[in-house]
Design a protein around this ligand. Structure first.
Ligand SMILES: NC(=O)c1ccc[n+]([C@@H]2O[C@H](COP(=O)([O-])OP(=O)(O)OC[C@H]3O[C@@H](n4cnc5c(N)ncnc54)[C@H](OP(=O)(O)O)[C@@H]3O)[C@@H](O)[C@H]2O)c1
Length: 264
């Protein structure tokens, strides 16, 4: 929805329900019902579009993620292969990266060891291979955790306030404000044809999850949070720090929200 608002008139939004979630879509934005897991894909007016931007998420925890992200994307691309897309952009996730300790760039070859991450990685491969096979510029934006209006950073601890939070929280955060995610999507759609491949979309702030939740709780006047494991005050964070250099240099994104530390 945020991307459709940014692109404005002439945008066709295809979702499972075909419904704009809050009232009517913006003027000039049209809706189409398309279930990527249905036995037959009704691509209808997509044929008349110029570029394709894919951003799906199952919403329901029990949904078959592979059927949507990997097979749904594959079928959409295969069945629209003769539509003459000028470009394909796919929103993936930093969960496609392995659980390493330290900086990770787009050249990281190691695969994730979770099924959730493997699904994301396989979906990326589908998109990039399709682009190569059909000579269509294809970009995969690996988004960090989304926050912004309607997605408060403190939502996780608010839900679990009754017990200690999992682990020790001493890992870097890799997040992105919705406004900046949209900026990256628009830049990827409008990029020259030679731009493509994997691009990480996260902000500059890798403050630890523990420090972030502490700050939010303090700002909210909430009691200090408890974690399953305590850490020594000088303990260095352990976990991946996703680099956003390519997003800045290749897509030219200038972050509106480089830090998320104090946002709730
Ligand atoms: N949320 C995060 O922290 C996060 C982090 C990294 C990457 N991402 C990525 O960012 C994108 C947006 O995520 P979000 O959290 O904003 O998702 P969201 O609000 O839940 O929206 C998901 C969209 O996918 C559609 N959809 C679900 N199942 C579908 C199906 N079978 N066929 C066609 N469309 C289907 C939904 O349509 P209906 O509204 O009609 O159901 C909805 O428009 C996704 O690509 C997600 O993977 C999100």
């Amino acid at each position: 929805m945020a991307l459709a608002r940014a692109l404005g008139p002439g945008t066709l939004v295809a979702t499972r329900s075909g419904q704009w979630r809050e009232g009517a879509p913006p003027s000039g934005v049209h809706m189409h019902a398309l279930d990527l897991t249905a036995s037959t894909l009704d691509l209808g007016p997509l044929r008349d579009c110029d570029a394709l931007h894919i951003a799906v998420a199952p919403g329901d925890r029990s949904a078959d993620r592979r059927a949507l992200y990997v097979e749904g994307t594959r079928r959409l691309l295969e069945q629209s292969a003769d539509f003459g897309w000028s470009r394909v952009v796919y929103i993936g996730s930093t969960s496609a990266l392995p659980a390493v300790d330290g900086w990770v760039g787009e050249d990281e070859a190691r695969r994730p060891d979770t099924e959730r991450g493997a699904v994301q990685r396989d979906a990326e491969d589908v998109v990039l291979a399709h682009g190569r096979r059909h000579g269509v510029p294809a970009t995969v934006l690996r988004l960090g955790g989304l926050y912004g209006p309607g997605r408060a950073l403190g939502r996780l601890y608010r839900k679990r306030r009754e017990g200690p939070l999992q682990g020790d929280g001493n890992m870097p955060t890799n997040l992105i404000h919705v406004d900046d995610a949209v900026q990256a999507c628009v830049a990827a759609l409008r990029a020259p044809a030679h731009v493509g491949g994997l691009i990480h979309v996260v902000d500059d702030d890798h403050t630890t999850r523990r420090a972030m939740y502490d700050a939010i709780a303090r700002a909210d006047g909430q009691p200090a949070l408890r974690w399953e494991r305590e850490i020594a005050p000088e303990a260095a964070p352990v976990g991946k720090r996703v680099s956003n250099l390519t997003m800045k240099t290749v897509l030219g994104v200038r972050l509106k929200h480089p830090t998320h530390r104090w946002r709730t």
